[in-house]
Design a binder for this molecule. Structure first.
Ligand code: SAM
Length: 247
């Protein structure tokens, strides 16, 4: 459940923005500026094409942590899609942008407001790092996924040198948001150890792999030697419930 403080969008004072904010408060504060953030250009040019080109058409999709809806339009071409996000302000921006009346609901990865066994595609694009309870999230996505369904997870790689998500807001400065940095190996290991998921694909992307190599100094933290990966994409497949198939 969202607390009343989280569900409203009253921004904290300027001093407190230097402390990492909880994700709902943080994304409520940055929502209006999120689409103009230079890293959004980076993701649109580098991550989106890789994610979308690897997807097969699906029946029902769930964009978990959909934010302002950056992926929703592309997903809609491949199947019916619902967006979930815990930040009312990010969802408000998504509603303004997605003019076809996209289905958008408040929720978190660990508490999805949807029925079980329904989605053959789930996408978590840089949102799982904001979920504190990883195992609960893994089990919850397994609850709503169909057997054989795919869960695509992308995130900033934990080796990329950043302490936490930091988004500039016009007239306010940078907003820091609580982020749980996890390696793709750790995510895959925890997911597979539940017996609910198997790893289908994992890839980390360094400077040399980027489709668009930004020249701008705004991306100074990217390791241009290509040693430290910048981001990763994981693809997990929902297995039949272990309890339903005793050995
Ligand atoms: C970096 S943004 C990514 C948004 C969108 N997926 C995109 O590609 O632009 C992270 C989003 O995750 C949402 N979020 C925060 N905590 C979350 C949680 N526990 N579960 C799901 N989404 C969460 C935030 O509100 C925010 O919209």
């Amino acid at each position: 459940m969202l607390s009343p403080r989280q569900a409203t969008a009253s921004p904290p004072d300027r001093r407190s923005l230097r402390q990492p904010l909880d994700p709902v408060t943080g994304y409520n504060v940055v929502a209006a500026d999120y689409e103009g953030w230079h890293w959004q250009t980076f993701w649109r040019r580098n991550e989106h094409p890789l994610v979308i080109s690897a997807l097969q058409p699906f029946r029902r999709g769930l964009d978990i942590g959909c934010g302002t809806g950056a992926y929703m339009r592309s997903l809609k071409r491949l199947g019916e899609v619902t967006g979930i996000d815990p930040s009312p302000e990010m969802l408000r921006q998504a509603r303004l942008k997605l003019r076809w009346g996209a289905e958008l609901r408040l929720g978190t990865t660990a508490s999805l407001p949807v029925d079980a066994n329904r989605y053959d595609l789930c996408l978590s694009a840089r949102s799982l790092c904001h979920e504190a309870n990883l195992e609960a999230a893994i089990r919850e996505v397994a609850r709503v996924a169909t057997v054989g369904g795919t869960w695509v997870i992308t995130d900033v790689h934990s080796e990329h040198p950043y302490p936490c998500t930091r988004i500039p807001v016009a007239g306010r400065g940078d907003v820091f948001i609580e982020t749980h940095k996890r390696t793709p190996e750790k995510l895959a290991q925890v997911a597979c150890s539940t017996g609910l998921w198997r790893l289908a694909h994992a890839q980390s992307y360094t400077w040399h792999d980027l489709l668009w190599q930004p020249k701008s100094t705004e991306f100074a933290r990217i390791d241009r030697r290509g040693v430290r990966p910048v981001f990763f994409i994981l693809r997990l497949v929902r297995m039949a419930n272990p309890a339903a198939n005793p050995a």
